[in-house]
Design a protein around this ligand. Structure first.
Ligand code: CP
Length: 307
């Protein structure tokens, strides 16, 4: 049995097999409609979600299994110990996916679980998103010669992209402000990858980085749980001002043929302008659709390890 807290423990060959299977299932979904017959996935959410919830639930349905949505606030996770609720869950379901505020809670779920646990996004990692992103890039040719430029803030998404690109040998440039070790998403292993990897590097200068980009990618500048929080209004305004040079807009991408990526949800006029979302170079909705297909590849691998 293998858990997916991040992508650090997976080998290059294992990651390639997940991505290849995701592409295979996407091309021939009917062949896999009984793959997880009789299996149930518990999907625990402390945070909001559209894509993670829908893609995992539809993936289970289309693979012959069943996804059960569990809202943390209306479940007894709010009343009891995580380890007790998880031990119960893992006697009634065969896999758990959890979207949690803090990785420390995911670690508790893994400790209490007798079935595989998948991280559906926490403050440190978003492994399912990174797999989706590379699956999408693969649809445009050989990823070993592609250059991905991530514009914005270093966060859970860029952490998982850094881990994955380093393992798969994909050139990734993070064009972001400098990172300090007091940030919520600071991960010492990821910073070591950025420092020493032949494939992943960092710059504070977005304009230089995008000149050779095949894909430019952005994500929210403000963590999702803080976006509409009045208590974070001052911090949010300061962050938005600092981040404007990293915005994906027509002027920044003028004359470039790179594909435009965004993991969604989109904050119009912040990390990207609305015209760029609908630009012919944008592959954002194809990328979002691929959450479903990447999830299927990941579920195939996780269940295969557990059997
Ligand atoms: N990209 C992503 O994880 O989307 P949701 O927050 O809607 O699940």
């Amino acid at each position: 049995m293998r858990h997916i807290p991040n992508l650090k423990d997976l080998t290059t060959a294992e990651l390639e097999s997940i991505l290849a299977k995701a592409a295979e299932i996407k091309a021939n979904p009917q062949e896999f409609r009984d793959l997880l017959q009789g299996e149930s996935l518990a999907m625990i959410f402390q945070k909001t979600s559209t894509r993670t919830r829908v893609s995992f639930e539809v993936a289970m349905t289309e693979l012959g299994g069943h996804g059960i949505y569990i809202d943390w606030q209306t479940s007894n996770f709010v009343l009891s110990g995580i380890e007790y609720e998880t031990e119960y869950l893992s006697r009634n379901v065969s896999c758990i996916m959890a979207r949690l505020l803090y990785h420390s809670d995911l670690t508790k779920i893994i400790a209490g679980s007798q079935v595989p646990v998948i991280n559906g996004c926490c403050e440190l990692y978003h492994p399912c998103q990174a797999l989706t992103d590379v699956l999408t890039m693969m649809e445009y040719g050989d990823i070993s010669s592609a250059h991905l430029v991530y514009l914005g803030v270093q966060n859970n998404v860029s952490n998982s992209l850094s881990i994955l690109c380093d393992k798969l040998g994909i050139k990734l440039t993070l064009a972001t402000p400098e990172v300090t070790d007091n940030g919520e998403s600071f991960d010492i292993d990821v910073q070591e990858i950025i420092r020493s990897s032949s494939f992943v590097n960092h710059t504070t200068e977005p304009r230089d980085a995008i000149q050779t980009a095949d894909f430019v990618y952005t994500d929210t500048w403000i963590d999702m749980q803080y976006f509409n929080d009045p208590a974070h209004e001052t911090e949010k305004r300061a962050k938005l001002e600092q981040m404007m040079p990293y915005q994906i807009n027509a002027e920044l991408l003028n004359g470039l043929s790179c594909k435009i990526m965004h993991d969604m949800p989109i904050h119009d006029g912040f990390e990207i302008t609305p015209d760029m979302v609908r630009d012919p170079r944008a592959i954002i909705f194809q990328q979002a659709e691929n959450r479903l297909h990447a999830q299927k590849g990941l579920l195939w691998w996780v269940y295969q390890q557990a059997s």
